[in-house]
Design a protein around this ligand. Structure first.
Ligand SMILES: CCCCC/C=C\C\C=C/C=C/C=C/[C@@H]1O[C@H]1CCCC(=O)O
Ligand SMILES: [Fe+2]
Length: 665
């Protein structure tokens, strides 16, 4: 008893279409009907057709679809189905059934209409039953596994091939990733060949491998890496802006030997003036160093003290490379006034330690692995019709696959950490474990984290400034969507899927992180918004801040050596031979360059923050919230561009147009 126009929209990436036939049903509150047509969906196409239905279906609740194959199974990527109902020969209501998934095998896929969650209590339990079945199926597809004890859980997949198709890279991404990898391997081989017969005994010799993928800023790094202000700048606005903090007292580990009272007075004066800063790498103390091809590598656990000048420059004042121990001599303090190679080597040790905590703690653990916990918990606990699922899913794209690849190629037995990094060979897992035990909820939320580190309102702290602006913009977006769906706090409290999702993240994925301030329930809309803002910020802005800079700051290897082949200096007698014997060898340096380029370069298929094409919501409310989000991002973009124009070193990593919508690399 009615006429319907049905539109089937197929995805745009390679192999999205299918040679198999697709069967469709319309399911209304009163009855369901199989549409007597068989279509073959073509890539990037919208296919429209009209059907007459003799029964009275009642209000449409679902579309069901199934793919029928004869010999070859050919998966189909369905974007969405849209249905228009004609009433009294007038086209009336548009009803959207978002999909954005692969339709595989011959199972039936059931798509609820976009506003299903809002009307879930008026559907005679149909939506409730659908949600339960969907979650049951997802929980078998997306399992948890403890890859290594003491770090957050991962998705259960031994290699990317074990992942559900919906978690896999699309063809374009896969081809690009594999191609980049071949380019990288070839480049390493050529560089090794090229350096085989040449000398390798001065820092300038790193020039011999400084070709291939590199950015304009990387060239600047090569020129300026020895300068103290350039060194200091990196702790504010480099690839790892996460460790610097304003000192509230002189660190207890800083034992000042007799005869250097002058230094102590200087530090105390800067402390009083409120411009003393510190970076402490104690987390690395006692970590077992790697052995690479029979050669033992070495590690330090430095403390760096810096002062902020009135013009905003951050300058190193003193470096202590090891923690003082009761059984060892008091570690020497290295100073800018030391012989230049001595001071350079001390700074190189700091940068090597920073490399470890950057890649393992700031990058891998606090963005990649966190996002993976969000992704698995979301797949296991939130049905597709849930508003928080719809809000988060564009920010979880490709994360499970990139992390699975990291576990098989990067931090695996024999992976790149073992081949080229001094924490490799197991120490890197201990660093991850220690970093996990001190991972707090506050540290993932810039307004809290930057307040705790004394970096709010510091004029030359561009990361801090942009991070807080982005946090506010994302927070407003999240509040917009949450307020449309949760009219009061009580709706949050009585949402069983949402509460289960929260517990799944804190108790299961993060292994009882309530001890570190993570919530086990949401009592209000504000608590929910804060948490979801943290999730989106982590998967987008924060990853961008700690990922993109790899290309700029890590391709000139002496600026941030991936390994150290000699122990830290214990006296101030340092020769160029010692420096070169300590720095990475050619092979290690080539690996560092190539991986940094692979991970830091612009991603050709990138989706900028807030610009995903998938429409999981419908109607003017959510659209207005998304438009507002995009406008806010654009305003910030212009502010950052204007600010950068007057800077010698522009800070670009949190420019909205450069922030990816999810962790994909
Ligand atoms: C030797 C330098 C290693 C620096 C990178 C260290 C940690 C980065 C943190 C998370 C990165 C996740 C990246 C996952 C990419 O699939 C892994 C790269 C494999 C490279 C390849 O497959 O050739
Ligand atoms: Fe990354």
């Amino acid at each position: 008893m009615g006429r319907y126009r049905v539109r089937v929209a197929t995805g745009n990436s390679a192999f999205s279409g299918s040679n198999n036939q697709v069967q469709l049903w319309l399911v209304g509150l009163r009855a369901e009907v199989e549409l007597g047509l068989r279509l073959r969906p073509a890539r990037g196409q919208m296919e429209d057709f009209e059907v007459d239905v003799s029964e009275d279906l009642g209000p449409l609740q679902f579309v069901k679809l199934r793919k029928i194959h004869l010999l070859i199974k050919d998966a189909w990527f369905c974007n969405h189905i849209t249905v228009w109902v004609f009433e009294q020969s007038m086209e009336e209501k548009e009803i959207v059934f978002p999909c954005y998934r692969w339709v595989e095998g011959d199972g039936i896929i059931c798509l609820p209409e976009t506003t299903a969650w809002m009307i879930r209590n008026e559907s005679q339990g149909l939506f409730q039953k659908h949600q339960e079945e969907e979650l049951k199926a997802r929980r078998t597809l997306y399992g948890w596994v403890s890859w290594k004890k003491g770090i957050p859980l991962s998705v259960a997949a031994a290699s990317e091939k074990d992942l559900p198709l919906d978690a896999r890279f699309h063809e374009e991404k896969k081809v690009d990733f594999e191609r980049t990898r071949v380019v990288g391997v070839t480049e390493i081989a050529l560089k090794r060949l090229y350096t085989l017969l040449s000398s390798w005994n001065s820092l300038e010799d790193f020039d011999q491998i400084f070709w291939g993928g590199k950015s304009a800023l990387a060239k600047r790094v090569r020129l300026s890496w020895k300068d103290d202000d350039f060194f200091g700048y990196q702790f504010l606005n480099g690839v790892n802006p996460t460790l610097l903090r304003k000192s509230s007292s002189l660190p207890t580990r800083l034992v000042i030997p007799p005869g250097t009272e002058d230094l102590k007075a200087q530090l105390e004066r800067k402390l009083q003036e409120g411009c003393l800063f510190e970076v402490d790498f104690s987390l690395l103390a006692g970590i077992q160093a790697n052995v690479i091809q029979g050669e033992r590598q070495h590690l330090a656990a430095p403390l760096l003290m810096l002062k902020m000048e009135p013009d905003g420059k951050l300058l190193p004042m003193v470096i202590q490379l090891q923690l003082p121990g009761s059984d060892s001599p008091v570690p020497p303090l290295f100073l800018p006034s030391d012989p230049s190679l001595t001071w350079l080597l001390a700074k190189a040790w700091v940068k090597n330690s920073d490399f470890q905590l950057h890649e393992l703690q700031a990058h891998l653990l606090k963005t990649h692995l966190m996002a993976e916990v969000f992704a698995v918990a979301t797949m296991r606990c939130l049905p597709g019709m849930h508003p928080i699922f719809k809000l988060l899913i564009p920010h979880l794209r490709y994360t499970l696959e990139i992390n699975t690849r990291a576990r098989t190629k990067l931090i695996s037995n024999g992976g790149f950490f073992d081949q080229a990094v001094n924490t490799g060979g197991g120490g890197h897992l201990d660093v991850l474990r220690r970093a996990t035990t001190c991972l707090t909820y506050r540290s993932l939320c810039p307004p809290d984290d930057l307040a705790d580190r004394g970096l709010l309102g510091v004029p030359s702290a561009f990361y801090a400034h942009d991070a807080v602006r982005l946090w506010d913009i994302i927070s407003r977006y999240v509040q917009g969507i949450v307020q449309l769906h949760y009219l009061e706090d009580e709706v949050v409290r009585s949402d069983p899927e949402l509460q289960a999702w929260c517990r799944e993240i804190t108790e299961i994925g993060l292994c009882k992180a309530q001890e570190r301030g993570f919530p086990v329930s949401f009592q209000s809309r504000d608590e929910l918004c804060h948490f979801v803002t943290m999730c989106i910020f982590t998967c987008t802005a924060q990853h961008s801040a700690v990922n993109q800079g790899q290309l700029d700051w890590y391709t000139w290897v002496p600026n941030a050596p991936c390994t150290m082949r000699q122990p830290p200096p214990t006296t101030k007698d340092v020769t160029l031979e010692m420096v070169m014997a300590t720095m990475p060898n050619v092979h290690q340096a080539c690996i560092q360059m190539t991986i940094s380029w692979h991970l830091g370069r612009f991603q050709p298929d990138m989706v900028p923050l807030g610009h995903h094409k998938e429409q999981y919501f419908s109607g003017p409310g959510p659209q207005a919230v998304l438009n507002r989000f995009q406008e806010d991002l654009y305003t910030l973009e212009r502010e950052i561009v204007a600010r950068n124009e007057s800077l010698d070193l522009p800070y670009e990593y949190l420019k909205p147009s450069r922030i990816e919508n999810s962790i994909t690399i």
